[in-house]
Design a protein around this ligand. Structure first.
Ligand code: UDX
Ligand code: UDX
Length: 439
């Protein structure tokens, strides 16, 4: 079967390459010529574990091709996945311009029965809107069906998540389209991956419900962490004991500086907005966002308070990405908090294994120095702050770090280190949700 995937961002590229690996013939189409040229020669536009190998393997066997020619790809395909970006507008609503322009182009070039699948996270009602737009804009009407097939990929394990999903959600109102999409995912079906077949609106809402719930777990544990600090309890033990209750589950209970990334913040805003518009307020989602904002604020205030002000203070920053194993800095707490530290007069020496080039684009400030490693970032600083839990930080030589710092103050937003061990080395150590330094 031939498939077109429009958009070679995170979602589109992983989807296209993985479907080619399932044995399908996939054309990945993007309007960005440079991106297509790079991808055709095996160069990735972003870092994602296992993706380069997946793309190159399927480029080599000829099942995966990259092109800017939407029309040719669509004519050869039975199914078209829409995976273009849906960034936030200033008012928090998702910008559907990219989706709309793809839909307009599809209406022009669909020549036969097509299944049009939305992969991007889009507000509830978008699939039906696409259906209307396509019907209205088609010059030579051909039969088509719109399907909602939300993705649940995590950056840093997107390939693995695609190959071994917990479930596949298919929102569609035609048995024929369901059969076609199921056939695309046949290798998973044979693996006994559960399929949830449902209406368009339900499928669209499932994605928001999942992300809002996961974000709620994080905000819950972050608030619990703040209370732990006050009463002298350890949030990790609280989370572990909670997680052992099968009704709660152990995942997404890691406290930190707040969640970031391209999905949770954006999807919460969209969900809250839909709720307000339709008079079914999503108060929990609203509060989760507020707690997340305050969590970042807390990190800033704590660093400021412990250093007795920030004017001309030098701070080493380890980790810029919104989480490890990605170079993505969208909505990264590290970047957000870093901006505030800079505004308050601090100077930053930053290091991240892969996110520095992206960070440079948004934090291009003479008071940010990008360093070749963690030791260089710690050299001469008044405090070291770990904002992202890259594995390589777990193994840094803390004695060496301490010897190059101006003062041995460590803010560990992700609880990478064992407080007792670090304190025994002579650091003033501040974790998240763990008992503070002895008074
Ligand atoms: C995706 C989804 O869109 C979003 O809803 C989800 O929540 C997270 O992931 P992402 O894949 O990260 O976003 O998007 P982005 O990196 O912006 O990539 C979109 C691509 O589509 C770009 O390469 C862009 O050039 C391409 N595009 C856009 C087209 O090919 N044609 C267009 O008309 C518009
Ligand atoms: C998320 C969803 O997990 C995925 O299913 C969806 O398709 C897209 O959004 P992603 O944004 O890639 O994936 O990352 P995720 O691993 O969920 O982490 C999001 C943020 O939450 C990160 O900033 C991370 O550091 C933070 N987080 C996560 C915590 O602070 N604590 C946790 O316990 C888990």
């Amino acid at each position: 079967m031939h498939i077109t995937v429009v958009g070679t961002g995170y979602v589109g590229l992983v989807t296209g390459a993985a479907l080619a690996d399932f044995g399908l013939n996939v054309s990945c189409v993007d309007s960005d010529e440079q991106k297509i040229e790079a991808l055709s020669s095996g160069r990735m536009p972003f870092y994602e574990i296992g993706l380069k190998e997946l793309v190159n393997r399927n480029l080599a066997n000829g099942r995966l091709t990259f092109s800017t020619d939407l029309e040719a790809a669509v004519r050869a395909s039975l199914t078209v996945f829409i995976a273009v970006g849906t960034p936030d507008l200033p008012d928090g609503t998702p910008n559907l311009t990219q989706v709309d322009s793809v839909v307009a182009a599809l209406a022009e070039c669909m020549d036969d029965y097509k299944v049009v699948v939305t992969k991007s996270t889009v507000p509830v009602g978008t699939a039906r809107r696409i259906q209307r737009l396509l019907t209205g804009k088609q010059r030579r009407p051909v039969e088509f069906v719109v399907v909602s097939n939300p993705e649940f990929l995590r950056e840093g394990s997107a390939v693995e998540d695609f190959m071994r999903p917990n479930r596949v959600v298919i929102g569609a109102e035609s048995d024929r389209a369901v059969a076609i999409v199921k056939d695309i995912y046949r290798p998973l079906y044979l693996n006994e991956t559960p399929f949830v077949i449902t209406s368009l609106e339900t499928a669209e809402l499932i994605k928001y419900a999942c992300n809002a719930f996961l974000a709620t777990k994080i905000s819950f544990i972050n608030e619990m962490a703040n209370l732990c600090e006050k009463v002298g309890a350890d949030v990790h033990h609280v989370a572990r004991a909670m997680g052992l209750d099968k009704r709660i589950g152990p995942k997404f209970l890691h406290p930190g500086p707040g969640f970031g990334g391209s999905c949770f913040p954006k999807d919460l805003v969209a969900l809250a907005r839909t709720g307000r518009q339709l008079e079914a307020p999503q108060r929990l989602a609203e509060v989760v966002m507020e707690i997340n904002r305050r969590q970042k604020e807390r990190v800033f205030s704590r660093i400021k308070a412990e250093l007795g002000g920030l004017e001309r203070k030098r701070i080493g920053l380890l980790g810029l990405a919104f989480k490890p194993n990605t170079d993505d800095i969208r909505e990264a707490p590290a970047i957000d908090i870093c901006r505030r530290l800079l505004e308050a007069g601090a100077r930053i020496q930053a290091y991240d294994p892969v996110a520095m080039p992206n960070s440079r684009k948004v934090l291009n400030d003479k008071n940010v120095v990008y360093c070749p490693d963690a030791y260089a970032a710690a050299a001469g600083v008044d405090a070291l702050w770990i904002a992202t839990e890259w594995n390589e930080f777990r193994n840094i030589n803390l004695n060496r770090i301490k010897s190059v710092m101006q003062a041995p103050v460590l803010f560990d937003s992700r609880n990478v280190f064992d407080p007792e061990k670090v304190r025994a080395l002579g650091f003033r150590y501040f974790g998240t949700g763990r008992p503070g330094p002895p008074h």
